[in-house]
Ligand binder design. Sequence first.
Ligand code: HEM
Length: 243
Amino acid sequence: MTSYLRGWLSAGISSISPPSQTTTEDGDNPDVPALTRESPPPDEDDEGSATETERDREDDDDSPPAFPSLNSAQRVQQKPSAASNPLPKVLTDTQLMPPPPIPSNRLLNPIRAGSGSLAVPPTTAKRPSKKREKVALAPGHSPMDWANLKASGKDLRGIPTLMRVSPSMLKQHNTRDDAWTAINGKVYNITPYIEFHPGGEKELMRVAGRDGTRLFALTHAWVNADMMLDACLVGFLVAEPSS
Ligand code: HEM
């Protein structure tokens, strides 16, 4: 180990010439060792005499350089054998990827299939027993008008703060002018919505004064009650307080 280090050190030092033999760049600090030039440039005289004739010959060559240069991108782009074969290669039927398999009947018709990840929710998969009536809404009562009314900032709740509503409290709000219903645990004042309901007043009033979650879901599970009635939120349905 020691001999290895010694050998390595001496080899390193030998490549550095002693300060006395070198001329440093600034020339006035002989203590700083400088690297010896392993291959000093040839003498100027030598260079001149050896290449004189070659240089003369080069100077005589007046042929311009190739343009575009031989390895330029421009040249490469022009290169493809497009000239010889201008048409792109067309794959035959056997070379093409086969078409995907035809989906099974079950995926195409989830309602008939009965279940499966693509099936519609069971609440609306069943044919309604009664004919559904869509009511002609009075002018100024379109879904867009309802959205505008909600956004107007008008009070549609009829109460100052949100409340806990028990089923017995809910029951008291069952008239057209004061109708509340509960859907998914939230209690809404549905009176302002009556004239905007596409299913009509009569159908909507079926849930007045009671929990309408089930009937609502059975009728139109796709309707987002939370979004439709957010401005009418009165409070939250709670269990009857024990007396
Ligand atoms: C309580 C909150 C309710 C809200 C926010 C509400 C909202 C809506 C909306 C947005 C539609 C139009 C749906 C569409 O075009 O796809 C609709 C239609 C309808 N709703 Fe309601 N609804 C409510 C309650 C009820 C209730 C309790 C019934 C009674 C069963 C009912 C019966 C209907 C009917 C029959 C239609 C029209 C027929 C149809 O579009 O297929 N709705 N409702």
